[in-house]
Design a protein around this ligand. Structure first.
Ligand code: PAF
Length: 277
């Protein structure tokens, strides 16, 4: 497995690949969720590239970029046994050199949900992912269902900009108590960690109501809120029952639907979702 930093090295390595290329973009501090994306890429592609880059442009000035967990050595030791061909770990100066001024922005579907709480976030995500797509030129790119809106926005960007790349969205990997794996779970301590499975319980409760035949979206939103309100440490930011592709809030559930939520536990912000239908 080669680990490289520079753009020229990346381009040379890309040219040396034969067959299909799978890309797994990450911000490092890897957990089982990331490893499941890498395993899937390895099973489906001849060559696998993992990128590790804590992208500054997807953090707002109020979000502490410098505190985002980082441990490259540990990440590399987790990736090594999986048979990854190349790890690209560019610097912020390589990705955003002095004078940088080009952005990729998806419009309507970045405004609700996460976009309503983090208005500049998706512009940073789509810009960096477009840059990764342009440099690595993968055939397939792998993202987690955990960041459901991110996956939907990247699917839209890929369609809109005619990237010849298949976007593969892999299931959320969970702890035994249902908490969705996330690099940010590291911040959860004591009583907040104990309270964190409330998101999974709220989603499961709404799913049970749906499976009982309920198709009124507001009833499902109310159900999720009711369960979250039962946990005194949880501060709900939003609950949503939206169309899976457009992310528009629904009145009546018809097709594929995304149940999602964002919740504060102490200072840690958690998101989670289920797909119905
Ligand atoms: O999901 C993430 O880790 C990041 O948003 C991504 C896709 C690697 C872009 O920085």
């Amino acid at each position: 497995m080669r680990t490289i930093i520079g753009l020229d090295e990346l381009r040379a390595a890309r040219l040396s690949f034969n067959g299909t290329v799978g890309l797994v973009p990450t911000m490092g501090y890897l957990h089982e969720g990331h490893l499941s994306l890498i395993r899937r890429a390895k099973a489906e592609c001849d060559n696998v590239v993992v990128t590790i880059f804590v992208n500054p442009t997807q953090f707002a000035p109020t979000e502490d970029l410098s505190k985002y967990p980082r441990d490259l050595e540990r990440d590399l030791s987790l990736i090594e046994p999986l048979g990854v061909d190349l790890v690209w770990n560019p610097t912020p100066e390589i990705m955003y050199p002095t004078g940088y001024q080009t952005w990729v922005e998806v419009e309507a579907m970045t405004r609700p949900l996460e976009g309503s709480m983090r208005p500049t976030h998706f512009k940073g995500v789509t810009t960096v992912v477009a840059k990764l797509f342009n440099t690595v030129q993968p055939h397939k790119a792998y993202f987690g269902q955990k960041d459901a809106q991110q996956a939907a926005v990247i699917r839209q960007m890929t369609r809109d900009l005619n990237f010849p790349i298949e976007i593969i969205v892999c299931p959320t990997v969970r702890e035994a108590d249902g908490l969705a794996m996330s690099s940010r779970n590291k911040y959860l301590e004591g009583k907040d960690r104990a309270a964190a499975p409330v998101l999974f319980r709220a989603l499961s409760a709404a799913k049970t109501v749906y499976e009982g035949g309920e198709r009124d979206a507001e009833t499902l939103r109310r159900k999720m809120k009711e369960v979250l309100d039962g946990e005194p440490r949880a501060q709900t930011q939003y609950v949503s029952c939206a169309d899976y592709d457009t992310l528009e809030e629904l009145d009546v559930i018809k097709g594929k639907t995304l149940l999602s939520m964002a919740v504060l536990l102490g200072k840690t912000r958690l998101i989670d979702n289920f797909v119905l239908g």
